[in-house]
Ligand binder design. Structure first.
Ligand SMILES: NC(=O)C1=CN([C@@H]2O[C@H](COP(=O)(O)OP(=O)(O)OC[C@H]3O[C@@H](n4cnc5c(N)ncnc54)[C@H](OP(=O)(O)O)[C@@H]3O)[C@@H](O)[C@H]2O)C=CC1
Ligand SMILES: O=C(O)C1=N[C@H](C(=O)O)C[C@H](O)C1
Length: 271
């Protein structure tokens, strides 16, 4: 039990994945939050602690097809979802329908999928944090981009380059997309161009480029390129723990917020 006496019951979807398994370990090490359930597509029925090799936890891996009934049985307050967009588009509305708050880290969510999620959050009056990046550093990076755009206006060409590990499924990264959206909005609307090939004279667009290889955790560089100078803002993740800490913080935070709304990680951090 935490000092405040509130114990948040959190379920993890994508529990056996790179992020999910670390989030479970962080929940176990954090006061005021308990692991209520774990969902994945493989290892159904096995103890999740055994699957992620940290020892028995007496929490079975459940099939997300049983999401609503398991969330109700386990009296879950919040689900933390780090999976793939097609899964989140189904599981987030289902969890909301059970009255459970949401922390969504999955990237590559299309505008149509996002609309379904937003609709369920409003309809079932649950709270949600949705962020393409839960690290403190990246959320400062987002603020710095806004600030740079304010001064540089349209005079500098903007290119965003992201690099990630060779197991990442989606491209470009969700963080690169958020960075581009922030810059586009600050500059009154810009076309986004993904990579370049063939005849492609540069216009006033924002270029976005994805690199994939090895075990890169996540690098993001925004280049503001003028005729005689350039500014580069860069964030490099050294470990996934920076995302994990933010996601668990968000899971505890959302419980105490006004419901029926979607919050960003910058709001969780109070920026
Ligand atoms: N917002 C942020 O700060 C961050 C976001 N991410 C994002 O989180 C997501 C996951 O990344 P990562 O952990 O590296 O990926 P992994 O592939 O390692 O983990 C995802 C897990 O989800 C499982 N899964 C897939 N579909 C379902 C489903 N329908 N129900 C339950 N589980 C499911 C996968 O199973 P299987 O492998 O069998 O398909 C896998 O075990 C990505 O979208 C990534 O971009 C990552 C880091 C930080
Ligand atoms: O898949 C990853 O690993 C990451 N995904 C997120 C993204 O797509 O922005 C965040 C982080 O860079 C790691």
């Amino acid at each position: 039990m935490s000092e405040s006496g509130i114990e948040v019951r959190a379920a993890v979807i994508g529990a056996c994945g790179r992020m999910g398994s670390l989030i479970i370990q962080r929940i176990l090490a954090t006061e005021g939050i308990t692991l209520s359930a774990a969902f994945d597509v493989a290892f159904i029925g096995e103890d999740v602690g055994d699957v992620i090799r940290i020892g028995k936890l007496d929490v079975p891996v459940s099939d997300s097809k049983d999401l609503v009934s398991v969330l109700k049985e386990t009296k879950t307050d919040v689900v933390i979802d780090f999976t793939i967009a097609a899964a989140t588009a189904v599981n987030a509305p289902a969890a909301a329908s059970a009255g459970v708050n949401l922390v969504i880290g999955t990237t590559g969510i299309s505008p149509e999928q996002r609309a379904l999620i937003d609709e369920a959050i409003a309809k079932y009056n649950v709270g949600a944090v949705i962020s393409t990046n839960y690290s403190i550093g990246v959320n400062v990076f987002f603020k710095l981009l806004e600030e740079a755009a304010k001064y540089l206006r349209d005079d500098y060409d903007i290119e965003i380059i992201e690099a990630h590990h060779n197991q990442k499924k989606d491209a470009p990264s969700g963080t690169a997309m958020t960075a581009a959206e922030i810059l586009s909005e600050a500059l009154g609307g810009k076309e986004l161009v993904f990579g370049r090939e063939g005849l492609c004279p540069r216009g006033k667009e924002i270029g976005i480029h994805a690199v994939r290889g090895g075990d890169i955790i996540g690098d993001h560089t925004a280049m503001f390129i003028g005729n005689s100078e350039r500014i580069e803002l860069r964030h490099q993740a050294h470990t996934r723990e920076i995302f994990v800490g933010g996601a668990v913080l968000a899971a505890k935070w959302i419980n105490a917020q006004e419901k029926g709304k979607v919050y960003s990680m910058t709001e969780v951090l109070g920026f």
